[in-house]
Design a protein around this ligand. Sequence first.
Ligand code: G16
Length: 561
Amino acid sequence: HFTVQYGDDIAGAAKQHARPEKSKPFAYGTAGFRMNADLLDSVTFTVGILAALRSRKLQGKTIGVMITASHNPARDNGVKIVDPYGDMLEQSWEKHATELANTPTGEIKQAYERLAREVFKSENREEAHVIIARDTRPSGKGLVKALTDALEAMGAKYIDYGVLTTPILHYLTRATNTQNDSHPYGEISEEGYYKKLAAGWKTAMQYKKPEGSLTVDCANGVGADALKKFLKYMPAEDDESGGIKINVVNGRTDDPSVLNEKAGADYVKTGQRAPESFDGKPFERWCSYDGDADRIIYYFTETGNVFRMLDGDRIATLAASFIGNIVEKAGLADKIQIAVVQTAYANGASTKYIEERLKLKVECTPTGVKHLHHVASRYDIGVYFEANGHGTVLFSQNALRQIRKADPQSPAQLEALTTLQALTEFINQTVGDALSDMLLVEVILAHQSGDGEHSIAKWFTTYTDLPNRLLRVEVADKNSFTTVPDTAERKLQTPEGMQGKLDELVAKYTSGRCFVRASGTENAVRVYGEAASKHEVDNLLQSVEVMIERGEAANKVAQSS
Ligand code: G16
């Protein structure tokens, strides 16, 4: 038995952030806790306790806490913990977060002390360090107060960085913890992030000028503020070396009610349509960020107003093919292994293209960047993207070493190495990042342009997507939808018998594939399907929706009788 400090302070402070007695159980989900902001005060307080505890457990390393509900409507909010190297909270700690969040306020001291004994093993008097940021949601400020009350009760030191994009908070967490390393990640400031990205861009774009302009729909979220600030660090628009014209639209962060409204990456991807304010001319490049700027989707129209979307799968294939190419040109193909990580939402045509054309390994994980990131980090270069536009490219220590020590034998090799080196600089190594991913796409398209064809159109024609659809179905209890372990969420375990019925439906369609899973960020289930034709996929998804609704109705009857 050893002494655990701060228990009484926590019990005292918790009274100001009491857990509502009748609330449903809270769970640390796909991206931390996420729900209606009114329910989040007590949860955020307990996240503060856990963040400080985690910092102490890791010898005082700095832990990040981000308050955001990203793509959700403005009334929601969320809170998630970022580990020292900028990746998501280690999964074995998620259960501690869930347990603390569900502890009745009167028992919080005991629950905290029990947990501290379990994780510390012996007395721990380390300092605790936490950094905080939030998106533009009005509820964010109050939640930061709940968080800092907990941090103060825990005797933790903290910095509140105010309103930032999620990826910038991840960047700052890593930069803070690597400042004394031989290769620090970057300057510990928001400005440092912009400078690092712009410097990488300039190197990668030496002697290149992007074709035309790019318009960015910022979903009226924090990405708009970040992008406007970032543009000040970029070369002038008319600069022959990397100058680019970027238009910012849907950048209203003063009115919370418009956040993610008929705009943003989720709106575009889910509905396979442009944001409402779209007025692009044929072949003009557009992209959409989501509410906290960690996802991006590209699109354009062809003559005749045909809408063409380039989602996360397309960014993954573009990046994997380009990087594979320059690794080879740099003479490093036998030293650096590249793999692509996707989820079940990846279009079957993209997976086929990566395996058969690019001849690269593909891994499939459950939804949530935390899962993809983990698997991608096992490779020298791990390209990971969810179809919804959330992803990045990771370079291992081995890859970085090989790139640094390579000795170019020709001007072509030197160019390939310089570009590769620049990519390692501006691609966010901590998490999916709309701004950094946008630069990646723009660099690649600029390198591939110049033959008279629109680079975005050429990108679109590399393979043909299988017609697909994503549905969101509201159900009484999304937790009654569970999936079989180790199937990357592709098979339902419960409701009992539903997977069998789903298999029967899918078998009726050419190249049919469909799965159902509970969302980890919204109170709904998601249904994804693809088939050989649009007509077939529409039909398939309609039948699946009816099947779910019948199941719901039968449940209701069973419960009331
Ligand atoms: C979050 C996660 C993503 C996930 C998305 C949807 O995104 O970070 O990895 O794909 O939610 O998850 P689900 O289908 O479980 O609701 P964001 O951008 O909302 O933070």
